[in-house]
Design a protein around this ligand. Structure first.
Ligand code: DAK
Length: 258
């Protein structure tokens, strides 16, 4: 499929997706959500894609939901716009492959919510994060109120949501919102290095890490541990990825993942 807003590049199993609507600082409109839904469906059907990296073109990652598109919506339309985004972000989060946000600039409102639907975040030292919805008399509509407290903590979430403060990459790192800060020029190089490293690991194991951590987060420790034991076991046995990985270690060679 041809995309207008999303630029894609697939190489060595890494799908780089660049959100490209720089004149509006990559603000998220209906067209973006439709394209992202289509892309997610393509990714699910393409075993060549081992990992996805999302970034933005120009000075913004994404400066939020498109205010120009939202301004005249009525209550029902507002709810529908929120559900459209929530569903897209949830599908992204539920992809079985890892998804990394490479945050190059402003990640505000819906943009920060998009980064939070990714598995982890690498930020340029120039990145700025914020949930400015209360400035507009709104609250986040793409589950930002839910993911922010889970990713950081209740105090950080309420502080950022109530003040609408914009924070830099180092503060985001300190809060646990981002995992690594890079020089602006090396953001993509460093993110792709991390992606390549993950692609070299046991692909089933990487998928299971995502599944077990994410599902386990919603469970009690005992339920989560039971799930872990089950999935741990699924990597054993003849022709399994675990057998190959352990054999390769003992034979002092690189594993050959199927
Ligand atoms: N939407 C639409 N256009 C935007 C935009 C946005 N979020 N952000 C920037 N733009 C546009 C600007 O209008 C401007 O367009 P022109 O005037 O050139 O036509 C162009 O991008 C460049 O922006 P600036 O001239 O403002 O650039 P600056 O460098 O001076 O400032 C800025 C950069 C990021 C500080 C500033 O643009 C800014 O404050 N932008 C708005 C940031 C913001 O408030 N974002 C949060 C959006 S609200 C919900 C569903 C979803 C949501 C909430 C509820 N339900 C349905 C319940 C989510 C809400 C949000 O994400």
């Amino acid at each position: 499929m041809d995309y207008k807003i999303l630029k894609t590049d697939l190489s060595d199993g890494i799908l780089t997706v660049t959100i490209s609507r720089p004149k509006a600082l990559n603000a998220l409109n209906t067209e973006f959500f439709n394209e992202m839904d289509a892309l997610i469906a393509e990714v699910k059907a393409n075993p060549e894609v081992k990992i996805m990296v999302i970034t933005g073109e120009g000075k913004a990652f994404v400066a939020g939901a498109d205010i120009a598109e939202m301004v005249n919506k009525n209550r029902e339309e507002g709810t529908a716009f929120s559900k459209l985004g929530q569903n897209t972000f949830r599908s992204l989060e539920l992809l079985d492959i890892p998804v990394i946000a490479a945050v190059n600039g402003f990640a505000l409102g819906g943009g920060m919510e998009l980064t939070m639907a990714c598995d982890f975040r690498i930020a340029s030292a120039k990145a700025k994060f914020g949930q400015p919805e209360v400035n507009l008399g709104l609250i986040p509509g793409y589950a930002g109120t839910q993911r922010l407290s889970r990713l950081t903590n209740m105090g950080n979430a309420l502080y950022l949501l109530m003040t609408a403060d914009m924070i830099g990459a180092e503060d985001a790192l300190r809060m646990g919102l981002v995992q690594k800060v890079t020089e602006p020029e090396t953001l993509m190089e460093e993110t792709l290095k991390i992606a390549k490293n993950i692609v070299s690991k046991g692909p089933q194991a990487v998928k299971k890490v995502k599944q077990v951590v994410r599902k386990g987060y919603e469970m009690s420790l005992d339920e989560g541990s039971a799930l872990e034991a089950e999935e741990f076991g699924s990597l054993f046995g003849e022709n399994s990825e675990g057998r190959e990985g352990m054999k390769a270690f003992l034979e002092k060679r690189k594993p050959e993942w199927g």
